[in-house]
Write a protein that binds this ligand. Sequence first.
Ligand code: ADP
Ligand code: MG
Length: 514
Amino acid sequence: MFIMSEDSQRTQGRDAQSSNIMAGKAVAEAVRTTLGPRGMDKMLVDSGGEVVITNDGATILNEMDIEHPAAQMIVEVADSQEEEVGDGTTTAAVIAGNLLGEAEDLIEQDVHATTIVEGYHEASEIALEAIEEQISEEAVDDDVLKQVAESSMTGKGTGGLTAESLAETVVEAIRHVELEGGVARDNVTVHTQIGASSNATELVPGIVIDEEPAHEGMPTDVEDASIAVLDVELGVRTGEIDAEYAIDSIDQLNTALDAEESEVRGYAETVADSGADVVFTTEDVDDRVSNFLANEGILVFENVGSSDAKDIVSATGATRVGALDDLEESDFGAADRVRTDSFGDDELAFVEGGAAAETVTVFVRGGTEHVVDELERAIGDALDVVATALASGEVVPGAGATEIAIADKIREEAAGIEGRKQLAVNAFADALDVVPRTLAANTGQDPIDALVDLRAAHESEGRAGLITSGEEVTIADPFEYGVIDPADVKREAVESATEAATMIARIDDVIAAE
Ligand code: ADP
Ligand code: MG
């Protein structure tokens, strides 16, 4: 009896397990070489010839267009890591891949998948306790935050900029949006602009939008601006004259044109009389209106994108107005300064200070699209980790030190666990070794030797990582060298990798429709 369509494919038992595990491992393997300060970049070319050059785990996995369902689950690990904490995507994917590799060995030794899953869950609980023990007792101040930012950016293409100067900009931005008991991370935006050295990257106390003045004669720099945001067309809707008048004489045409002229002048006067210095409207502005407003010294932007309009509203405290008659002073937003500036062919508007000061923009410059794109990702990661570290106040040593400590604690506790589950718990510890091993391999060191030395240093010194600084690689306390990660990045990596690996390991039947 057939209960499935003849076209569907079914893989069962060990075959299903090993094909899923292989796919998952392969995905993790793909990002392994990008891990850490000496990680390499990948160039990804899509079917349309679009090129992305990146070191970012989540970006690589998403650009790879992965189809295998089990492999897709590793991509989801990286995605959830990116979403929850903004960094550690390669770490999480690599740990998940190694948990699968270890599971494969256990299955070959006839350890049942259920036992593996139980062991992994138990080990991940121990891992979370170990992370707790690694949290620094020092206060998370600006220096620590800068180190957290730098640690997240090393190995990323930061153009001509040093990670150090970028880290300063990032910390300044996050401090700007710090609230009591939290961080308004969404109030920091990143705006990229091609055409200058990345050294020109700066922090703008406000927002930057891709808009240009409606008329050449308008001011390009307005201080203490009262800002109106409108969804109003400032002109006569085309076609309106024909619809309303049947014109059969020159006189009638002139009357119609006069009527139009005065209507247009009416709009211009209403805007000018309202007292606004700067006007953003999402609709068209008639040339005659912009000419008039330019003469009045008013700066107007037309056809402003809806999302830009939203940003201006939230940055300046303006209220969007849908009809000119409703425009009142109380609808105005405020900014210390609204200015425009041209960059090559692009003209940008900067809305700075005043109410706008709640939001800040990291204005990223760079010579080419690839440079600014990767710089944007690196800054995005750094903003996320600094926000996370500041909000929680919890940081742990990087450079593999936390992973070594976790593995150590798990092995210690595994001794007291009965039966085959002990094998799975120990396997979890082995899987975590992948982080220091990979950091070593990516710096050209022998991974086995490095691991042995690291463990020995951890035993004797208590905190030991594989520190890369310049050309040097040393085993030392990461806190001394400022290699610091937020505790939440490690927690999330352990949890999401465990979840995906255990989910994949317990599948023993794959039914695929054609
Ligand atoms: P991920 O996508 O997992 O964040 P990264 O390529 O950003 O991958 O590498 C992060 C790892 O690199 C972390 O374990 C971090 O502690 C480590 N790291 C950062 N800076 C250094 C350094 N100077 N020396 C050694 N390890 C470092
Ligand atoms: Mg990172």
